[in-house]
Write a protein that binds this ligand. Sequence first.
Ligand code: ADP
Ligand code: MG
Length: 331
Amino acid sequence: MKLAELGEFGLIERICRAVPNQAGLQLGIGDDCAATTVPAGELLLTTCDMLLEGVHFRRDWTDLAALGRKSVAVNVSDIAAMGGTVRHLYLGLGLPAELTVAELDDFMAGFLGAAADYGAVLAGGDTCASRSGLVISVTAEGTVAADHLVRRSGARPGDALFVSGTLGDSALALRELQAGRLPEPLLARRHHQPTARARLGQELARRRLATAMIDLSDGLLADLGHLLRASSCGAEIAAHLLPLSPPFSVTLETDPALLNLALSGGEDYELLFAVPPTAMADVAAAAAAAEVTVTRIGTLTAAAGGLLVHDRTGAPLPLTGRGFDHFAGRG
Ligand code: ADP
Ligand code: MG
């Protein structure tokens, strides 16, 4: 069935029917606004991310359920990076005429499945026709105890620098797709269905272990650069300590230049955070509670030191990649 047969209000009704419950909301989908509450003493965190067909995804490379999951995860990742807990989601959709109702249902199944996994409720949105591809805009609201908020600023020279999970998998999958090859399954999953490190962000904040934190969407070096500028610090990181997945490591053996993807590739959705020396021992417990691996990759230094990446022998690596910038190189 084509979307046109449902019409705007039929479509909205179909989306609303798929929403399992709106517990925790004063007022959910169906009025002019949602009405929500924030627990006493907590701050409201709000973030918004767009996914545009042809810019962020291609419909011939991803299935719609995975895209629904990813559009939730990329927003939850930002809430996690502040130490918060996601609560409400708002979904803006620009739907091209050729999209089928079955495809929309797949997207919503992925979206609502991921929302439930992270403990979030779909509280509203907007639905329009699009003349240029599928447009997805998600706004997420979360909350965090005021004294647990973790910002990009706050790191100090001498703090240890940690990263969760593994780096470069998503970028390697994208490179394979762009070359017309099918990525290895783990790499493909990391690209199409990233997992936000929701629990880790909360554990680090609740235990007050991280002095600064950011999620990795534009590449390690670019996002580390944001953290360093906000904290007025430099950093030294060790290339041989970067956490790599088995399929990434295998490919790296045949192509050493791939290290650049681990340093600069986008869409890892891991957490990068600084920990003072006195709190180092507790990081392992927070990671275990969150059931993710974390790896120490370097140390914060004085701002004058800049950002240095060295290899196993201590020799500095020339930095080529800069991370992803939507507007770079367009004159
Ligand atoms: P209005 O015209 O007052 O902005 P709409 O007709 O766009 O209201 O939406 C009616 C209700 O349906 C609102 O509660 C809105 O939040 C909800 N809604 C519309 N589109 C979506 C969507 N894609 N996902 C979730 N809720 C939606
Ligand atoms: Mg209205």
